[in-house]
Write a protein that binds this ligand. Structure first.
Ligand code: UDX
Length: 441
């Protein structure tokens, strides 16, 4: 493997840890860096600090192979790496739509002073267009190797819950480069994935930065489109599930990301569309993507409409009612509660005086820590005990499989709001339940 470049991965959060572990599993010698010694300790001892199927097993294997280690030292990372991936977070700034680039800047400022030989720094974080050009200048200024240090951009499209597969078998690779040398280095850093025949787009830096936000904006728009149709359905007695199904048979539209319901959340889609709109305004082309503000607004309205349905089922009053919330994570198979529609709905109902109890198969610890004011239970059955209404907010498989007859045994009233179109309406109604779902009569 002498010809394989040695890799470092700066930032061992969701993106970075997955990238480091997957690259090591492909045979690369990888050093993962984080400024948080706690994270480094965990990873080095074989523990993945977040929930991701398949990743703990892969971490154990790669640690054993000796091809993966972790450090907090930039000097050590710089010494090791021929290609350095920047994988730190770019969260939304509090109270502002722009994203916070301080972690990206800190990573470059931490690494650059130790770069004494020719190498490639590759940005993977989601950033506002124009960031790469600025970072490139910063590297040249701060690195002892000066212009020998090149910058490339390689956006990451992984989904939580499918992170390993998305990393090892991506739909496409995007290489944003300014020189042929950088393209060759990137090709070497992804050789086993390119060998699979993975389609690759080689482009400039601003295009590579934009691909990521353009893709996420498209996905968010598609979800809000079908949810906007749900609003029309609600006003007309039409059925958005049938509508979506009929649209999906048109290959040009397709059924993926056309699931109506409570809408999108998570650490990416909501913040990415806001940061994109903000950046576009900053550079004078805000009008081009002003529709993203509408996409965001449609998405937020699904949350209040869900609460309306609960209130309607309860005869107009939430105050003092016992509400069982099924789900807290922003989507199934994840413990991530960032911008989770489920918890937003639960907290609002709690604020309106409802007696809310929440259960989630994976996100309870995170939810408890972040929202200690809510009450939590140990299972769907547990939170449903004596409930006046059950509200399904995240479509975990174990909720889909609940038998209405079993739940009938424990609730006070057989009323259910299906915020994710996850249940068989007819079966629940046949079992004597009042069933409501967004966008369906
Ligand atoms: C997303 C992108 O899919 C991924 O490519 C990018 O790298 C990061 O952002 P992720 O945040 O992990 O990934 O979640 P995703 O599976 O895309 O779901 C996003 C949200 O949309 C979830 O809250 C989900 O419940 C919601 N959603 C998804 C819908 O409401 N309807 C759909 O049809 C699909």
């Amino acid at each position: 493997d002498a010809e394989l470049p040695r890799l470092t991965v700066i930032g061992t959060g969701y993106l970075g840890a997955t990238h480091a572990i997957c690259m090591a599993s492909l045979g690369y010698d990888v050093v993962g860096l984080d400024v948080d010694p706690g994270k480094i300790r965990k990873l080095q001892s074989g523990e993945v600090p977040f929930f991701e199927p398949g990743l703990p097993e892969l971490l154990a294997k790669t640690l054993e192979s000796g091809r993966l280690r972790f450090t907090t030292s930039y000097a050590e990372a710089a010494e090791h790496g021929d290609v350095h991936f920047i994988c730190v977070g770019t969260p939304q700034q509090p109270g502002l739509d722009a994203c916070d680039l301080s972690y990206v800047d800190a990573a470059v400022r931490g690494l650059a002073p130790h770069l004494t030989r020719r190498c490639l720094v590759v940005g993977k974080s989601t950033v506002p267009v124009g960031t790469a050009a600025r970072l490139s200048g910063l590297l040249t200024e701060l690195a002892p190797a000066g212009a020998e240090v090149e910058l490339a951009w390689n956006p990451e499209f992984l989904r939580e819950g499918f992170a390993v597969d998305d990393t090892l078998r991506p739909d496409r690779l995007v290489f944003g480069v300014t020189t042929e040398w950088a393209r060759e280095r990137l090709a070497a850093a992804f050789a086993p994935i390119l060998d699979l025949g993975t389609p690759t787009v080689v482009t400039d830096l601003p295009t590579a930065e934009l691909v990521k936000v353009a893709a996420n904006s498209f996905l968010a728009t598609k979800i809000s489109y079908i949810n906007a149709m749900a609003e029309i359905c609600e006003a007309t007695g039409a059925d958005v599930r049938d509508l979506a199904q009929a649209l999906a048979y048109d290959d040009r539209i397709g059924g993926r990301f056309l699931q109506p319901g409570l809408g999108f959340g998570g650490g990416c889609l909501p913040k990415d569309i806001r940061a994109f709109a903000y950046r576009a305004e900053e550079i004078g082309v805000g009008q081009a993507v002003s529709f993203l503000r509408e996409v965001d607004a449609i998405n937020r309205r699904r949350r209040s409409r869900t609460i309306d349905l609960v209130r309607e089922l309860l005869g107009g009053q939430l105050n003092g009612q016992r509400v069982a919330c099924l789900g807290a994570a922003f989507k199934p198979n994840s413990d991530d509660i960032r911008d989770a529609p489920a918890l937003d709905v639960a907290r609002t109902m709690h604020g309106l005086g409802a007696n809310v109890r929440v259960y989630d198969p994976a996100a309870l610890d995170n939810a408890r820590r972040t929202y200690p004011e809510l009450r939590y239970g140990t299972s769907a059955m547990d939170v449903a005990r004596d409930a006046d209404v059950v509200v399904l907010l995240t479509e975990w498989a174990e909720f889909r499989e609940i038998q209405p007859e079993a739940l009938s045994e424990v609730v006070a009233h057989r009323r259910i709001v299906d915020g994710r179109h996850a249940l068989d309406r007819d079966a629940w109604r046949a079992a004597g339940w009042e069933y409501r779902a967004l966008g369906r009569p």
